[in-house]
Ligand binder design. Structure first.
Ligand SMILES: CC(=O)N[C@H]1[C@@H](OP(=O)(O)OP(=O)(O)OC[C@H]2O[C@@H](n3ccc(=O)[nH]c3=O)[C@H](O)[C@@H]2O)O[C@H](CO)[C@@H](O)[C@@H]1O
Ligand SMILES: C=C(OP(=O)(O)O)C(=O)O
Length: 430
């Protein structure tokens, strides 16, 4: 079993090139199924979730090859819409295959979504969309089936703002008959990226990036080329790493506007931020201040950034409060941080962080990708060695976590637990 060992590292200084966004890539790769010709996607990260999609793609006849920084997809040979339940359930965004394959095949059988299991993650709004467009949904123990003789445009109001269901609605509606209107839609950059990609293939989606999206159904989509947007969540975490001990980190190939709330909060705790056209530099300080964070859907502070922010707030003097409004129980990193000496109290949907206390090394377990980033950062700030298990979760989101953190001077390495020490160390880290 693999684990990551970190050592206390001084100020983190350097430049990191940011890869394409995981959460956009997972939607775009499924969206490519809708095309009637070859699609080229640039900037898709080499992460585990993408490898699973490639595997699913091979099973259903979607030809997919990676050439340099491009993924070339030939969807013309897709012959099946039965997705292996085990593969679908090994990552979250498999639900996009349901939206994308429904109009072409009239029936999709697919495993229930997996991915980071930090709390319950309902899919009722996805189901609402399919039903509104005229489909029937049958739920079974490990999989579900969506079936529709014909998809017809509909007026859909989301009961909660969800990026996943907004994207899935666009995928299902682009080839539906007539007009679909989405109200209370998510306005995340990943929603816009998916709409831009589909429009480039010939879809007619209007208003993505606002809470009202109109989709005029078309009868087919062409092939085309698209570059995925940069990963704002990875960029945010690297910028925060500059704050650990007064470092200086530049992230390249980013869209600074996508990080508005994150940068504002970093400045609020005493960091300094400089934005260029496609790069951001963050400067740390040795006297970070405490603050309050409340997560929310874009453009609010992202739920996926509260964990690395928590690692940073442990360094700030005073009491910080992180309130989680998107996934109220997304605090699996907190008991792990306590093993390193962090003083954090959990009450309902808030974490009360007593900053400025020294951290020490220990064995900890990453339960999801962002918890992993948080533990990595805490490990770099802790005295001694910190060993992080659950590397598979971190690798769902990072291409090469070791090299990218090393490039800013972090001391860390990937290690293998030998069979004998395995059981006790696992117990220690869980
Ligand atoms: C693969 C991907 O893109 N993952 C991201 C996506 O997840 P995901 O697509 O699962 O998240 P959503 O944006 O859909 O969820 C937002 C909120 O809506 C709720 N909800 C969602 C769907 C539904 O049918 N019913 C419902 O109630 C969720 O419980 C949550 O409170 O957005 C999350 C919120 O920014 C991020 O943490 C994830 O990194
Ligand atoms: C929660 C995340 O991923 P997923 O939705 O794929 O589980 C994440 O990217 O932080």
């Amino acid at each position: 079993m693999k684990y990551i060992q970190t050592e206390f590292s001084g100020p983190l200084i350097g430049t990191v090139h940011i890869p394409g966004a995981k959460n956009s890539s997972l939607a775009l790769l499924a969206a490519a199924c809708l095309a009637d010709n070859i699609v080229t996607l640039e900037g898709i990260p080499r992460i585990d979730d993408v490898r699973i999609i490639a595997d699913i793609g091979r099973d259903i006849g979607m030809k997919l090859r990676q050439e340099g920084g491009q993924v070339i997809i030939d969807p013309r040979w897709i012959h099946s819409s039965m997705i292996d339940p085990g593969k679908a359930s090994s990552y979250r965004a498999s639900y996009y295959f349901a939206g994308a394959l429904l109009s072409k095949f009239g029936r999709v059988t697919i495993g229930l979504p997996g991915g980071d299991d930090f709390v319950t993650r309902p899919i009722d709004q996805h189901i609402k969309v399919f039903k509104a467009l005229g489909a029937q949904v049958h739920l079974f123990k490990d999989y579900y089936e969506v079936e529709a003789a014909e998809l017809k445009g509909a007026d859909i109001y989301f009961d909660t703002i969800t990026s996943g269901a907004t994207i899935n609605a666009m995928l299902a509606a682009v080839l539906a008959k007539g007009r679909t209107q989405l109200r209370n839609a998510a306005i995340d950059p990943e929603v816009c990226d998916t709409a831009n990609f589909l429009n480039q293939l010939g879809a007619r989606i209007y208003g993505a990036g606002t809470e009202f999206i109109r989709i005029e159904g078309v009868s087919y989509l062409n092939g085309g080329t698209h570059t995925v947007i940069p990963d704002r969540l990875i960029a945010g975490a690297f910028l925060m790493a500059a704050g650990l001990h007064g470092g200086q980190v530049t992230v390249m190939d980013v869209i600074p506007e996508h990080l508005g709330s994150c940068l504002a909060k970093m400045e609020e705790i005493g960091m300094y931020v400089e934005c260029g056209e496609s790069q951001i530099t963050a400067f740390g300080t040795n006297s970070l201040k405490a603050t309050r964070i409340r997560t929310g859907m874009y453009p609010n502070f992202a739920t996926d950034l509260q964990q690395p922010m928590t690692a940073l707030l442990l360094q700030g003097k005073g009491k910080s409060i992180v309130t989680e409004r998107v996934y109220p129980n997304r605090f699996a990193h907190v008991p792990q941080l306590r093993r390193l000496g962090a003083e954090i109290e959990l009450r309902q949907e808030s974490a009360f962080i007593s900053g400025g206390r020294p951290l020490h090394g220990g064995w900890v377990h990453a339960t999801d990708v962002r918890a992993g980033t948080c533990l990595l950062m805490a490990g770099l700030a802790a005295e001694g060695s910190t060993c992080i298990t659950g590397v598979e979760h971190i690798e769902r989101g990072y291409e090469d976590v070791i090299s990218s953190f090393r490039s800013i001077g972090a001391k860390l390495s990937m290690r293998e637990l030998d069979a004998q020490e395995h059981p006790s160390k696992i117990r220690e880290s869980h």
